[in-house]
Write a protein that binds this ligand. Structure first.
Ligand SMILES: Cc1cc2nc3c(=O)[nH]c(=O)nc-3n(C[C@H](O)[C@H](O)[C@H](O)COP(=O)(O)O)c2cc1C
Length: 230
């Protein structure tokens, strides 16, 4: 597939037909994605392909609380877990999360409730011993550090697209990081970057909703003139 077309049309896929994704296929996706860039070319990524049904269910259970919290925060009109959020406002909104969970339990469930059933479930980790975090600070989280692993994760999704598969990058499990670390046997130097769900899509997104270049690119300063094509 032509790269421009792939970049413009590879949307999140959360519904899969039942076709299994075998290890050979996953191997091939990773064999392509490993050419992603990383700081100092240190290739800090690790991937755990989660096959064991018990571990899959445990990962789903680690995903769900964050998902219901996300729904509760969205319902309250907040950007869920934005680092600049007012924490008191968040706490008030989060009181709705158990109701969200109860509502979900009373229905058939969606992607989140059935995460354990997706054809392929990959956890992408970063080995912090190989991450140059240029913005590292005392006790501060690093924003730059993730840039050494997320291009790799995105490359897996693009490679999946090329192989006729689809998928989605997810991060909800980070609300239950300790659980995930225990499930996977992480060492202290491992950071959970994301969980990828992959499979053969039931349907492809037809048109992705994205803002125009003019809305986010400016000249010289943040509030400068918008970058326009001519
Ligand atoms: C860093 C990151 C975290 C994400 N986390 C989740 C997630 O936890 N669950 C989920 O269903 N989708 C998640 N997504 C997928 C986004 O919701 C999706 O890319 C976005 O809404 C655009 O959707 P579209 O491709 O269908 O237009 C995440 C995407 C990124 C890049």
């Amino acid at each position: 597939m032509e790269i421009r077309e792939a970049l413009r049309t590879t949307g999140a896929v959360r519904a899969f037909d039942g076709t299994p994704v075998d290890r050979r296929t996953i191997y091939d996706l990773l064999d392509t994605a490993r050419f992603a860039p990383s700081g100092g070319n240190r290739q800090c990524w690790r991937v755990v392909v989660v096959e064991d049904p018990e571990k899959r269910r445990a990962l789903r259970d680690a995903y769900l609380p964050g998902w219901y919290e996300y729904l509760a925060l969205s319902k309250a009109g907040l950007v869920p877990f934005a680092v600049v959020n007012d924490l008191d406002e968040e706490a008030a909104a989060l009181r709705d999360a158990p109701a969200m969970a109860a509502h979900a339990r009373s229905g058939p469930g969606g992607f989140a409730e059935h995460l354990d059933e997706v054809p392929a479930l990959l956890v992408v980790l970063a080995d912090l011993r190989h991450v140059a975090a240029m913005d590292r600070g005392d006790g501060a989280t690093t924003f730059v550090g993730g840039a050494s692993v997320y291009p790799f994760a995105w490359s897996i999704l693009l490679a999946a697209r090329d192989a006729g598969l689809g998928g989605v990058m997810t991060t909800m499990v980070r609300r239950r990081d300790a659980d995930v670390r225990a499930i996977l046997g992480c060492e202290p130097h491992h950071e959970v970057a994301c969980v990828l769900a992959l499979g053969r899509p039931i349907a492809r997104p037809t048109k992705l909703t994205r803002s125009s270049v003019e809305s986010f690119a400016t000249i010289d300063v943040v509030e400068g003139a918008p970058l326009e094509p001519a």
